[in-house]
Design a protein around this ligand. Structure first.
Ligand code: AMP
Length: 201
């Protein structure tokens, strides 16, 4: 039998987004999936937090929005992602976690990918129940000392997600890119379901 080096199976999707409300487990799953695919997990929240810790100009600015549960302005966020996607390790794939989060950011990302001569392969959507998510975030705030994981900020972040980010799902749905995964299962089960979704392309 003749086989190619990539074997007979369909190529795995490698230009990916992971989407879901705050507390859905995006960060945890993004790191696992990205490692399996040998692509970088690019989390805008992590990049902002690194800048906050490093007390950079960007960090000082970002913190003022993050602590209120609001989004950092698109212009700042888009520039940051554009330079991150231009790095060599993102050339053959990436998993974006927490970006895009607004319709403007969707358009900006489309433009960046067009410039790079590529496009998204798949959008992984973690589906969770809101009350469960609040409980998880309150627990995370206590464990990790994240200043935006207080109950009041969490409620605001969920509102902002519903207003500004949930509409993105329809856009990607229309493009036929969305794969829904039950985010209420155990961490390992969710990873397995994501793996299966990735293979379903
Ligand atoms: P996350 O870790 O993804 O929950 O992000 C934490 C916070 O960082 C968010 O509540 C926002 O204030 C900010 N942030 C992260 N990603 C974005 C984005 N794509 N657009 C605007 N703000 C963002």
């Amino acid at each position: 039998m003749t086989t190619t080096s990539s074997d007979a199976s369909a190529p795995t999707a490698r230009r990916l987004l992971i989407v879901g409300p705050p507390g859905a487990g995006k960060g945890t799953q993004a790191v696992r999936v990205a490692e399996e695919l040998s692509i970088p997990a690019i989390s805008t929240g992590d990049i902002f937090r690194a800048n906050v810790s490093g007390q950079t100009e960007l960090g000082v600015l970002a913190k003022s929005y993050m602590d209120k549960g609001e989004y950092v302005p698109d212009s700042i966020t888009n520039d940051m992602v554009r330079s991150r996607l231009a790095e060599a390790d993102a050339r053959d794939g990436f998993l974006l976690d927490g970006y895009p989060r607004t319709l403007d950011q969707v358009e900006a990302l489309d433009g960046m990918l067009a410039e790079l001569g590529t496009e998204l392969d798949m959008v992984l959507l973690l589906v969770v129940e809101q009350e469960e998510v609040v409980g998880r975030l309150v627990a995370r705030g206590a464990e990790q000392g994240r200043s935006d994981d207080t109950e009041e900020t969490i409620r605001r972040r969920l509102e902002v997600y519903a207003e500004q980010t949930a509409p993105l799902i329809d856009v990607y749905e229309q493009r036929g890119l969305v794969r829904r995964v039950d985010g209420m299962a155990s961490i390992d089960e969710v990873t397995a379901a994501l793996r299966e979704a990735l293979g379903s392309r």
